[in-house]
Write a protein that binds this ligand. Structure first.
Ligand SMILES: [Mn+2]
Length: 546
């Protein structure tokens, strides 16, 4: 009988034919886009292909000419923090009077409030430039106009059919009338495009090139953090950034990655080194700290780094604790997993919901009790639409909103039990038994095939991230001599074979006896370069064992 050791999936999808195919052909086929491994920063599209760019540039030139006050406004996540930093740094460089305003996670919640406009009006702001938001907030733009404040919107969220025309310009690649060829730009990208159009007005040619090269790191961080597909322009900047990472203009980036640079850098460096720290700033404290980290190049940035690392450690601990608590209190037999708590921190509910859905491959609803109501965050796996089911019960909710696989709502306390009972009864009557998570193997390989040559062919497609994900391989009937624990840690195990490369299964130590007593072991893994102690070696990182 086949058994999967990883809890994450129960089905492995692979094509037997892949055994005889070349890895380059397989990977090329996987990308449903015109792959060009030689593209460079020179291939970035002209910012003027974005609708509204000329109007925006002319208005900002006027602001500079008349010393008008410019206010940058956005959201508080990483895409926004990076977008703001891009414009702020540039405005300072070319002597435009600019400042920025950050909403607070709890006090200001989501979305624009007219009191921001009153605030701007009271300090004589002439022009508001939004980053990563306001495409749909027509009312507030109208309100600003009535107060004599012009608005330029830069954003990448979906655009309504009828484009609001209250703003000086609405720069958004998703506009139906926008000819810009690439639609997957992040908010930071759109800010970068505005900056590069302005650079042509205010800087000389040589300076532009240097300035653009220096700004790609921040743009790349916003792009990866906002989960943009890593193709075309997105891939170009992330690749360029990884190549010049040591020379980053930002002191904090240089500091954070100092000891972590090696030959096999990939986009995951963002997710484990950089953006959790920017996120920790706004989740645990204020997003001003994150901006301070990006824009501050003086000695005092060291202090901010220390502060943020501490916030990040606390964030990790909190998340871990609440997830453990949730695991103790849920009924995992239900088709929809409920967890409600009084003490859970507000921003953690979505992480716990996400982790529950990951672990059980079931929809989940996590709620925080607050005075007279519950605030809920919901997730669902790909086979089930949480939105469809919630829509049936929307009369229960005070407020709600959703995308495809995620949703949130608030509900009055006295109605919660009825809602919970009804939806549980409803969803439990569905048959989820056969819903299994699957992983796709890109190629079945033989141990003889693997080596530096093979890795080099794979790495042409780097950096890997969404869409362009890291390839997954499988060796059937692994021929190994013995398995041991990795050094003294019983958490990880190591397969010893007659081949020179390392085969490691992290966090699978608990399965030692099971593996020892099984014949026919197949491994599913990713390929990495390991250069521990400067010895380059190939490392097979196991993600599942069958
Ligand atoms: Mn964004």
């Amino acid at each position: 009988m086949q058994e999967h050791l990883s809890y994450k999936w129960n089905i492995i999808k692979y094509d037997e034919k892949s055994f005889s195919e070349d890895i380059e052909d397989i990977l090329l086929k996987r990308f449903n886009w015109d792959f060009n491994s030689n593209s460079s920063l020179d291939d970035l599209h002209n910012p003027y292909l974005l609708c509204g760019m000329r109007d925006a540039v002319e208005r900002i030139k006027k602001a500079k000419e008349f010393w008008q006050k410019v206010m940058i406004f956005g959201d508080y996540d990483v895409d926004w923090v990076t977008s703001t930093s891009i414009l702020m740094h540039f405005f300072k460089k070319v002597w435009i009077l600019a400042s920025y305003r950050l909403p607070h996670r709890i006090d200001d919640w989501y979305g624009i409030k007219s009191y921001f406009i009153d605030e701007f009006s009271s300090i004589w702001v002439d022009l508001v430039i939004t980053v990563d938001c306001w495409t749909r907030d027509t009312e507030v733009v109208k309100y600003a106009k009535s107060k004599g404040i012009d608005v330029i919107i830069t954003d990448h969220h979906t655009v309504p059919d009828i484009i609001p025309d209250e703003a000086i310009a609405l720069i958004n690649p998703k506009r139906g009338d926008c000819v810009y060829p690439f639609k997957h730009l992040s908010g930071a990208w759109v800010a970068f495009k505005l900056m590069s159009a302005l650079a042509e007005e205010f800087l000389d040619k040589k300076e532009i090139k240097k300035y653009i090269e220096e700004t790609i790191d921040i743009t790349a961080i916003g792009t990866v953090a906002d989960c943009m597909l890593l193709v075309w322009e997105n891939r170009i900047i992330v690749e360029a950034w990884l190549k010049q990472i040591k020379k980053s203009r930002s002191r904090w980036i240089r500091k954070l990655i100092e000891q972590k640079i090696h030959d096999d850098l990939d986009s995951d460096i963002f997710s484990y080194l950089i953006w959790p720290k920017l996120n920790a700033a706004w989740r645990m404290d204020t997003p001003y700290k994150a901006i301070n980290l990006i824009l501050n190049n003086s000695d005092s940035v060291e202090e901010t780094i220390q502060e943020i690392e501490l916030l990040n450690d606390n964030r990790k601990q909190l998340t871990f604790d609440f997830f453990e608590k949730a695991l103790e209190n849920i009924n995992s037999e239900d088709n929809i997993i409920f967890y409600d708590s009084k003490d859970i921190t507000h921003w953690i509910i979505w992480i716990v919901a996400w982790k529950l859905t990951e672990k059980f491959y079931r929809p989940s609803i996590v709620l925080k009790e607050e005075s007279d109501r519950y605030i809920a965050s919901c997730r669902s796996p790909d086979y089930f639409s949480i939105v469809d089911i919630l829509e049936k019960y929307q009369d229960y909710f005070l407020r709600y909103g959703w995308h495809k696989q995620a949703a949130w709502f608030s509900i009055a306390k006295e109605r919660y039990d009825d809602f919970k009972n009804e939806i549980l009864k409803d969803v439990n009557s569905l048959d989820f038994k056969d819903q299994k998570k699957s992983i796709s193997v890109d190629k079945i390989v033989s141990m003889n095939e693997l080596g530096f040559n093979f890795l080099e062919k794979v790495n042409i497609f780097k950096p890997f991230w969404l869409w362009n994900t890291k390839p997954v391989f499988m060796v059937k009937d692994l021929d190994y001599q013995r398995i041991v624990y990795l050094w003294q840690w019983i958490d990880h195990i190591k397969f010893e074979t007659k081949y020179w490369f390392k085969i490691i299964a992290f966090w699978m130590g608990q399965f030692m006896d099971k593996i020892k007593s099984s014949s026919d072991i197949s491994i599913i893994f990713e390929l990495n370069l390991d250069n521990y102690n400067w010895n380059k070696n190939l490392q097979l990182n196991i993600i599942d064992i069958i």
